[in-house]
Design a protein around this ligand. Structure first.
Ligand code: AP5
Ligand code: ZN
Length: 216
């Protein structure tokens, strides 16, 4: 299964990716997680990405395409993969296709903007694994600590309300056009199937909708 998760910031891509990758035995390739790891490690990519991410803008397409192409050439991607947060511009989608990287399904999460701010302001993450919690909607077993490692949870630098609004703007302007891009290609040879699910409701219900749509 070669899958793309498409959805606004806070739509639940990372949360649901954990269930999907477990079910299908495929790696999760989160460009956001990869960039945050690069920032933390202080690599040249991280140094370039840090300010862009904190401003809620997008890292340039050619850089992201290079990062993703390299990751997809690793042996663990041979039997499939889940792309979380990529592509997020038309140029990135075209770059994937030009590189001959086929996709089976594009799964779009539909969540109203009104829910997004609430979700992101209550989000807490375990930086080492990318595991994600919410103070109200998906709390850890022990407040402030990761369920599996017991390590502290933190708030993401780009989850300030002002940055979230900017990220939403960028999503509408640059990423949402991808839905039309894939819709127009439905039925063409080699084009992925576009599936839209509602991302509203309890995490387990959203998971069931996804598994039904993927017939998993
Ligand atoms: P990235 O890390 O990809 O962030 P994003 O797309 O903004 O998405 P999020 O990670 O914020 O949300 P999510 O959909 O994963 O939601 P989650 O499951 O955590 O990118 C960050 C930045 O990196 C970008 O802004 C950009 O600068 C750069 N970047 C990354 N990729 C790039 C690319 N391809 N090109 C250029 N730049 C790139 O859930 C959110 C919260 O809601 C959690 O607290 C969760 O517990 C809760 N929640 C989840 N599901 C539910 C539910 N059903 N009900 C209630 N709460 C829920
Ligand atoms: Zn995410």
């Amino acid at each position: 299964m070669r899958l793309i998760l498409l959805g606004a910031p806070g739509a639940g891509k990372g949360t649901q990716a954990a269930f999907i990758t477990e079910r299908f035995g495929i790696p999760q390739i989160s460009t956001g997680d990869m960039l945050r790891a690069a920032v933390k490690a202080g690599t040249p990519l991280g140094q370039q990405a840090q300010k862009i991410m904190e401003a809620g803008a997008l890292v340039p397409d050619d850089i992201m395409l290079g990062v993703v192409r390299e990751r997809l050439s690793a042996p663990d991607c041979a039997k499939g993969f889940l792309l979380d947060g990529f592509p997020r511009t038309i140029a990135q989608a075209e770059g994937l296709a030009k590189a001959g990287i086929g996709i089976d399904v594009v799964l779009e999460f539909d969540v109203p903007d009104a829910d997004i701010i609430q979700r992101l302001s209550g989000r807490r993450v375990h930086p080492a694994s990318g595991r994600t919690y919410h103070l109200t909607f998906n709390p850890p077993k022990t407040p402030g600590l990761d369920d599996l490692t017991g390590e502290p949870l933190v708030q993401r630098a780009d989850d300030q309300e002002e940055t979230v609004r900017k990220r939403l703007e960028v999503y509408h302007a640059q990423t949402l056009p991808l839905v039309k891009f894939y819709a127009e290609r439905q039925g063409q040879p080699g084009a992925p199937r576009l599936v839209t699910i509602s991302g509203v409701g309890p995490v387990a219900e959203v998971q069931q909708r996804i598994f039904d749509a993927l017939q998993a």
